[in-house]
Design a protein around this ligand. Sequence first.
Ligand SMILES: C[S@@+](CC[C@H](N)C(=O)[O-])C[C@H]1O[C@@H](n2cnc3c(N)ncnc32)[C@H](O)[C@@H]1O
Length: 354
Amino acid sequence: MEPDPDRTRAFGERLLGMLTGGMLTMLIGIGHRTGLFEAAAHGPVTSAELAERAGLHERYVREWLGAMVTGEIMEYDPADGRYSLPAAHAALLTGATSRNVGPAASSMRTLGSVLPQVERCFTDGGGVPIAEYAKVSAGGLGETWRYIYDEHLVDGFLRPVPGLLDRLRTGVRVLDLGCGTGHAVNVMAREFPRSTFEGLDIAADAIAGAEAERAALGLSNATFAVSDAAALAPAEPFDVIMAFDAIHDQAAPEAVLGLIRDALAPDGVFLMVDTNFATRLEDNAGNPHAPLSYGISLLFCVPTSIATGGTGLGAMWGQERAREMLAGAGFTDVEVLDTPRPQNCMYVCRAVAA
Ligand SMILES: C[S@@+](CC[C@H](N)C(=O)[O-])C[C@H]1O[C@@H](n2cnc3c(N)ncnc32)[C@H](O)[C@@H]1O
């Protein structure tokens, strides 16, 4: 049967939009990394002035501007040859804020750099070690999260958990498992000086960055350790354990959830911030965040988990599967809260004695 020509034409238009979006995403990454957006936000400029402002070569800047204007990201006035970044667009492309999509666009470069390795996994199996990603961008995938912690950690993530802020103010023992570069720990240690915070991560370079930031902030109530979550066995129980976007990447997520449960004090709470999707593919249809998250899962979460001997649970494990695994680990009381980001939710988990 011949394909419906209208449907083919409409799909062709969508494909052109996708290719254009892919190209503009790469160029937004360039604008972020080279400082072009920050320079453009200061007011209308010619290509030569913008190049000078950003300390770049004009020929390249002019071609980039061509894509920015025709891609309707920037505007051009042919009367005076000046380009401008509308304030409404600058709000989403500049600044040390989680609204800036520059870091996310930039992370596509990191994910793109491992495409040959991931494609090899399709044919040969196996995974891609996390060190391969760090070669391109040390901590780059986590840049947006640093801003999220600055803006939302206390009020957006911790405050909605009943009684938690009071306990943190009074003084409790807190662990951040899979802490990455440790910014969440350092933000909390500064905010709650009577509590003690430990961050653990298997990535030595991330922990080195966490420790350097701790030292620079002069925090004495935070410590960091290079450690495998699969060997979690603290000498003393924790009152609060957190895992931000760090459970589904584990080689052995079920075992780690069990160790977290065992490492908690009887009245302790485990806060698991993870992706906010459904387990069944069909239930994610129409969710505008789903294709991006399946892609990040394919290009990062699955191959890094498989590289360490895991099954590749992936970022799209979904609420139903997460609840099952939390129950299997002994968390009898699990409440799922919204977070300031629609693509993430927070599981507030307790093990209530029967
Ligand atoms: C997506 S990152 C999140 C990092 C951090 N929580 C943040 O929000 O920026 C997941 C982290 O889990 C860590 N990780 C993965 N497997 C681990 C393991 N077995 N033990 C400890 N950390 C692990 C990775 O090194 C990585 O830093």
